[in-house]
Design a protein around this ligand. Structure first.
Ligand code: CP
Length: 318
């Protein structure tokens, strides 16, 4: 696997899950694989879980790690080609990327949607420039449209906790005061469709996701109806995707906050969220603190998904 930006790069999900459980049983099994190899993690946006779990994964594999926070101590980067650079951005990304590539063997990039230009966001202009110009294998640590390391960890978690082969999984929109990208719900939908679970998406009208990610999921606008019989509830906020509303907050209706009211109609569902989460906006204290909440094991599985991905990338370096 040269690059990892979506579920398509992982190919056979069963094989990937087998590798994940092998690594979970012995996370240092491949500790020689990354000897004298360097991972560079480049963050255009903040992170707690991705930063720590990916670094831990690289250490599990014996790699060296360099972390660069673009907004803290690096030169401000110009990302548009053709501009006259007379502003406050002294370095162009077209030089910065190959320079970064010259110091490492693999690059991880976090670059969220900016909500300035939908086409740029959905064409993944930043991530794709790393793939094109770094000369190194690149993986996404959450890009504009997907968060595949998170979705892989989510899948591992569901496989660990499910009690039937094809559980009912519900992705629900929940309110948030700020505009958040669609990367997590897009990616989660893509992986749930690939896993062929009984998959339902629920959100208020106006929050429809890009159809390429919705795929075969059933969309149900009545949240209570969607929750009926659910085995897993995955909550997430996202800003509007469609038309002129792209990137806008259309609702902060706290009737959509996941509480005991909705959980009571499920099949004693497990609660999931990628974190960080705003309590009593996305989910009530009692639900996130309940014994059916998987948010901590889900976050812990980020180390496992990252270890599998880095292992595969190291193997393809030869
Ligand atoms: N879930 C997740 O990616 O967390 P961070 O934003 O803290 O990395």
């Amino acid at each position: 696997m040269r690059n990892f930006v979506s579920v398509n790069d992982i190919c056979d999900l069963k094989k990937a899950l087998d590798e994940a459980f092998e690594i979970k049983a012995d996370r240092y099994k491949y500790c020689e694989l990354g000897k004298n190899k360097t991972l560079m993690m480049v963050f255009f946006n903040s992170s707690l879980r991705t930063r720590l779990s990916t670094q831990k994964a690289a250490l599990n594999l014996g790699m060296n790690v360099i972390v660069l926070d673009i907004n803290q101590g690096a030169w401000k980067l110009e990302t548009e080609r053709g501009v006259i650079m007379d502003g406050d951005r002294p370095e162009h990304i077209l030089e910065a990327i190959p320079v970064m590539g010259s110091y490492c063997d693999i690059i991880g990039v976090r670059s969220f949607a900016r909500f300035e230009n939908k086409e740029d966001d959905y064409n993944e202009v930043i991530l794709n420039q790393f793939i094109k110009y770094s000369g190194r294998p690149v993986f996404s640590m959450e890009a504009a449209t997907r968060h595949p390391l998170q979705s892989f960890a989510d899948l591992i978690t569901i496989e660990e906790y499910k009690s039937k082969p094809r559980p009912k999984v519900v992705l629900t929109w929940a309110p948030h005061p700020k505009a958040l990208p669609q990367a997590v719900p897009n990616s989660f939908a893509e992986w749930m469709n690939a896993a062929d679970y009984d998959f339902v998406i629920t959100h208020p009208k106006g929050y429809e996701l890009d159809s390429q990610f919705v795929g075969n999921a059933r969309v149900e606008y009545d949240q209570m109806k969607a929750f009926e019989g659910a085995d897993f509830v995955y909550a997430k906020n996202w800003a509007a995707y469609s038309g002129e509303n792209y990137g806008k907050v259309l609702s902060i209706d706290r009737d959509w906050t996941v509480s005991e009211r909705q959980m009571s109609v499920t099949n004693n569902a497990y609660f999931m969220h990628c974190l960080p989460v705003r309590r009593n906006m996305i989910v009530t204290d009692d639900v996130i603190e309940s014994e059916r909440s998987l948010v901590i094991p889900e976050a812990a599985n980020r180390e496992i998904s990252a270890t599998v991905v880095l292992k595969r990338m190291l193997e393809s370096l030869g």
